[in-house]
Design a binder for this molecule. Structure first.
Ligand code: CO
Length: 209
C-alpha cells in the first residue's frame, strides 16, 4: 500500500468515530466557523494545535510556520491575522513555541542552511539581542529551549505592534495576546505569562519592563 493511503484510511476511521460521538457535527461545521482562538505555532509535525489542546474542529484558527514567527512583512501571516481579528473576531491569539524546535536549533548556529537562512535570520536577530543571557546556559539543548521561549516573547511583542491589532485595542479589550510553550518531553503546554491587550502593555514589554 502506498504510504499516503494511510492518511485517507485514517480519515475514514476518524470521521466514523467523530460522527458516532456527535452525529450533527459535520452539518454544523459545514455551515460556518466561529473559533475564539487564533494559534500561531510552529510547522513541526509534533505540535498540532487542535490535538494537543483536546479541541474539536472549528475551535482554533491556525497559522503555522517554521519557529512560529511574526514577521511584519509576511503577507501570509498578516492575512490570516487580519481575517481572524476583523472577520472572525477571535478573542485570544496564542503564539506557541516548543522545545527541541529545529528552526530554533538551526538559528543557534551561524552555519548556512541555504535558502532557509532568509527565514532563520529573523530568529538569529532575536538570539543576538539576547546573547549574554543565552551564553550563561552551558547545556546546548537547554540553551536552544531558552531561545525558543525568548523567541515566543519577541513574537508576541511583534504581534502587539501590528497596526490593526493596536486599532482594535482602541475599541475594546480583545484580542488578548498570549505566549505559550509546549514541552515535547511531557506533552504539556505552559503559559509564559506575557499576555497583553493594550498599547501600554505592549510598550512596557518593548522597553523590557
Ligand atoms: Co519548531
Amino acid at each position: 500500500m502506498e504510504s499516503y493511503r494511510e492518511l485517507l484510511d485514517g480519515n475514514l476511521k476518524w470521521l466514523t468515530q467523530v460522527k458516532e460521538a456527535d452525529p450533527t457535527i459535520f452539518d454544523r461545521l459545514s455551515e460556518g466557523q466561529s473559533p475564539k482562538f487564533l494559534w500561531i505555532g510552529c510547522s513541526d509535525s509534533r505540535v498540532p494545535a487542535t490535538e494537543i489542546t483536546g479541541s474539536i474542529p472549528g475551535s482554533i484558527f491556525v497559522h503555522r510556520n517554521i519557529a512560529n514567527l511574526v514577521v511584519h512583512t509576511d503577507t501570509n501571516l498578516l492575512s490570516v491575522l487580519y481575517f481572524a481579528v476583523e472577520y472572525l473576531n477571535v478573542k485570544h491569539i496564542l503564539v506557541v513555541g516548543h522545545s527541541s524546535c529545529g528552526g530554533i536549533k538551526a538559528a543557534m548556529s551561524d552555519e548556512s542552511f541555504g535558502f532557509l537562512d532568509n527565514w532563520l535570520n529573523h530568529i538569529r536577530d532575536v538570539r543576538n539581542a539576547h546573547k549574554p543571557e543565552l551564553e550563561l546556559i552551558t547545556n546546548e539543548a537547554d540553551r536552544t529551549d531558552a531561545l525558543a521561549m525568548i523567541n515566543v516573547r519577541q513574537q508576541v511583542i511583534n504581534l502587539s505592534r501590528v497596526s490593526f491589532i493596536r486599532q482594535k485595542w482602541q475599541t475594546g479589550e480583545f484580542p488578548v495576546l498570549h505566549g505559550w510553550y509546549y514541552q515535547l518531553k511531557d506533552g504539556m503546554l505552559r503559559d509564559l505569562n506575557i499576555s497583553m491587550n493594550s498599547v501600554e502593555q505592549s510598550e512596557k514589554f518593548l522597553a523590557g519592563l
